[in-house]
Ligand binder design. Sequence first.
Ligand code: PLP
Length: 432
Amino acid sequence: MTNSINTTRSEAVFEAAQKLMPGGVSSPVRAFKSVNGNPIVFDRVKGPYAWDLDGNRFIDYVGSWGPAICGHSHPEVIASLQEALEKGTSFGAPCELENKLAEMVIEAVPSVEMVRFVNSGTEACMAVLRLMRAFTGRDKVIKFEGCYHGHADMFLVKAGSGVATLGLPDSPGVPRSTTSNTLTAPYNDLEAVKELFAENPDGISGVILEPVVGNAGFIPPEPGFLEGLRELTKENGALLVFDEVMTGFRISYGGAQDRFGVTPDLTTLGKVIGGGLPVGAYGGRKEIMSMVAPAGPMYQAGTLSGNPLAMTAGIKTLELLKQEGSYEKLEALSQRLINGICKAAKQAGIPITASCIGGMFGFYLCEGPVRNFEEAKQTNAELFGKLHRTMLNKGIYLAPSAYEAGFTSLAHSDDDIETTIKAFQESFNEIN
Ligand SMILES: *Cc1c(COP(=O)(O)O)cnc(C)c1O
């Protein structure tokens, strides 16, 4: 058995935090509620590692929930930020760096001809929803069970990990009148989408989805699913929107749409494009984006949007990712890790199903297959809770929920992966 690590200072800070902030955190999943324990309070992060207040070092597979794809505090990102800092933290006026990041995003992401920068993924999804309705003149939207599109009212229906692990099917405070326009279908189920279109002729503005689900664990689209949605939306005069806040620049440089060769009408981005600073974006066809104020009538604004520090971190991160071999490396690391985890679980007699694409991976402690959120719930969440704590004690930091994807980074080494696999082998044996 592994001894427990010393978490005295983390415990003390979290204890104090609970009196100051709801649940002691600034975002719910950080609270470790679904893995029965208190969170680890971080002190600093570097490369593939995080250090807590008690001096424990962890190999990190959360990567600040996605942004740290080049590794935490990459020296080139830090250096360019230091340079930008000298010129000021926020302009509230146009800055040339916005053009640079916009050009990079437009060049990389097939659907994006024009882009608007915001400060978070939530903001991007909120704005894209308004744009979908503005462009089509229709109020309804189709989303999928287990997909998360930020915490705007209309999206808080069957919204995946954060909501699911807290056991909140919906959130109080969300008006029924708002969610009555939100239609849901099981992921990977084209027939269900067809039926919704048939039941709501000329009422549906569009379909929004995570082209690879990362907020209900990790669920890839089945062959034909994305293509089918592309056809169905076209036939029905509705828009197809890929929420690539997680998958953008993560599963390939051009996101899931590039990887799978299906081009949506609109795309939301976040996480990686901010390189660790708060950035979100939405973009798409010029014709649609021209509706956004001040070019058009759909209002959306932001005091800190496009600020020079966030743009700088984003630009540098994308430059690093653009280098030859980045995604091959990410995918090789993810694949090696997944193979090791599967082998370790099987040796311990624990059922597992796992997969990865690019710098994103996931596993469920069940036989599978897992094609949607309902099937994801077969995972042994209680066993995952034990696994999570055991792995922490061995210096491995996994997302604190059985329904989250994991992330590799360019900073993870083969040695880090081997160390992690060994920890999985020991942990599976200990918890079984
Ligand atoms: C994280 C995430 C969001 C929300 O982004 P925030 O920056 O946390 O507001 C939206 N959509 C998807 C797919 C995400 O993974």
